[in-house]
Design a binder for this molecule. Structure first.
Ligand SMILES: Cc1cc2nc3c(=O)[nH]c(=O)nc-3n(C[C@H](O)[C@H](O)[C@H](O)COP(=O)(O)O)c2cc1C
Length: 437
């Protein structure tokens, strides 16, 4: 007698976030290397490709962040330009997707469409663009236009930007001749001919990161992948359902948009060892100074007189803090401060413990078997289509995951055992864009 066929797990997508200036990175660890030497990018990218990951991901910051008028510690060594780094990585990898975060507020469609199409050509169809929309005036001072966009306008510009880039990518005829194109819109009024023939993917993959209602709507209308922070099972399921529901409005189906939260993984030979390692890493990530700095970023006032091992400040936060500049703001800082204060009170936490507790992103902590099971469960229960792994070490932070967890995911049938196609679109199971002839 034959029983029911075992259910084939939903394919999982994996990406590698390069740990540079984000505060998950532990620079005090003796295994930490440079965040700008090519060797670091190359090591992480080759590891991700060895693990058959979908793509390698670079974040972007367009101005060195400042805190109390000083350059932020993690920015002092700088951050190279993403597309340049990815073009170099294209030469030392074969299949790995290469994703650049590039701001839609401070760039122009013609120029950026050209740079992305170039990466797509040079890499044989592996380019992706993470469309971010920061519009703060501090970052804008580095650009001609300054911080001229208010929050509501950021996404109208981003949506028109992506649509215009796609018109440019579509503008060559199938026989390989350039066709004139013209776009007359609210934000862009451009005409001419594009400098490049259609690239292998036609349209490089578009990723969106941003969580507001407008951000979700923009992703539902225009993106192929969402990079999110909703990593817990419940928050992930709610976000997943909400975003997938929005797709129908744009004539798209649930498989057209992959949801990938940024998460961390800590492994150990036993569950206890993994938990101890995870705790040690969190304490390294949040030194007493980092704890105060994090709090000051939210409260918007100088808290240097406070003891990181003491209770949270009783002063009220400032609604629109200027103390820290250039940081991606996540929601309303007054509301965040209240939430953190409530957590600290309820659990009797010090400043440092609160930052450790409240500031953590979703972590998978355990033996390789436990982590593989949990990742598979998250995907199986529609909390995510995959994960963007954010390691805490540069550049070796993925080695252990690739060596110990990927084989277990493969055994479970949850992850590929070979790349099937050559383009990032094919790794992600996305259809090729229709080319309007
Ligand atoms: C997971 C995630 C990653 C992000 N990474 C970047 C980044 O690398 N560079 C950047 O300028 N903004 C980044 N952003 C900021 C967003 O583009 C956006 O400006 C911000 O989230 C506010 O938009 P929202 O109101 O839609 O959330 C990121 C946002 C999220 C949620």
């Amino acid at each position: 007698m034959t029983g029911p066929k075992p259910r084939q797990p939903k394919p999982m997508h994996l990406a590698a976030h390069f740990p540079g200036v984000n505060n998950t990175t532990v620079w005090a660890d003796p295994r930490s290397g440079s965040q700008i030497d090519f060797g670091s990018f190359e090591h992480l990218a080759r590891t991700a490709e060895r693990g058959l990951f979908d793509f390698f991901f670079l974040a972007e910051g367009l101005r060195l962040r400042e805190h109390k008028g000083r350059i932020h510690d993690l920015d002092v060594v700088g951050r190279p330009e993403s597309l340049t780094v990815l073009n170099a990585l294209a030469a030392v990898t074969d299949r790995l997707g290469l994703a650049a975060t590039v701001n839609a507020t401070f760039n122009e469609p013609y120029e950026l469409a050209r740079r992305l199409a170039t990466l797509d050509h040079l890499s044989g169809g592996r380019a992706a663009w993470n469309v971010v929309t920061s519009s703060d005036a501090f970052t804008g001072e580095n650009f001609r236009r300054g911080g001229y966009l208010d929050r509501a306008e950021r996404y109208t510009r981003a949506a028109e930007f992506v649509a215009t880039a796609r018109e440019l990518w579509d503008s060559w005829a199938p026989d390989g001749t350039p066709r004139p194109f013209a776009h007359h819109g609210r934000h862009f009024d451009i005409a001419g001919e594009f400098t490049l023939p259609r690239s292998p993917q036609g349209h490089p993959v578009v990723i969106q990161a941003g969580d507001s209602d407008e951000g979700r709507e923009f992703a539902a209308s225009s993106a192929d992948v969402i990079f999110t922070r909703h990593g817990t099972l419940d928050a992930g399921r709610a976000f997943y359902a909400d975003v997938k529901r929005r797709l129908a409005r744009y004539g798209r189906s649930p498989g057209d948009l992959k949801i990938m939260p940024g998460v961390t993984v800590v492994l150990g030979d036993t569950a206890t060892e993994a938990r101890e390692r995870a705790e040690e890493i969190r304490w390294q990530q949040v030194s007493p100074q980092t704890a105060l700095l994090t709090l000051e970023q939210i409260w918007g006032v100088d808290l240097s007189g406070y003891d990181p091992d003491g209770p949270l400040p009783d002063v009220d936060p400032v609604a629109d803090p200027q103390l820290s500049q250039g940081r991606t703001r996540q929601g309303d800082s007054v509301a965040t401060a209240e939430k953190w204060r409530a957590l600290a009170q309820e659990r009797g936490l010090s400043i440092r413990q609160t930052v450790i507790e409240a500031g953590a992103r979703q972590s998978f902590v355990g033996t390789p078997e436990q982590v593989a099971a949990e990742l598979t469960e998250f995907v199986g229960r529609d909390a995510a289509d995959g994960f963007i792994l954010v390691p805490h070490l540069t550049p070796g932070g993925l080695d252990e995951f690739v060596d110990r967890v990927v084989p277990l995911l493969q055994e479970r049938g949850a992850f590929r055992t070979a790349y099937e196609g050559t383009t990032l679109r094919s790794h992600l199971g996305l259809s090729d864009p229709v080319w309007k002839a």
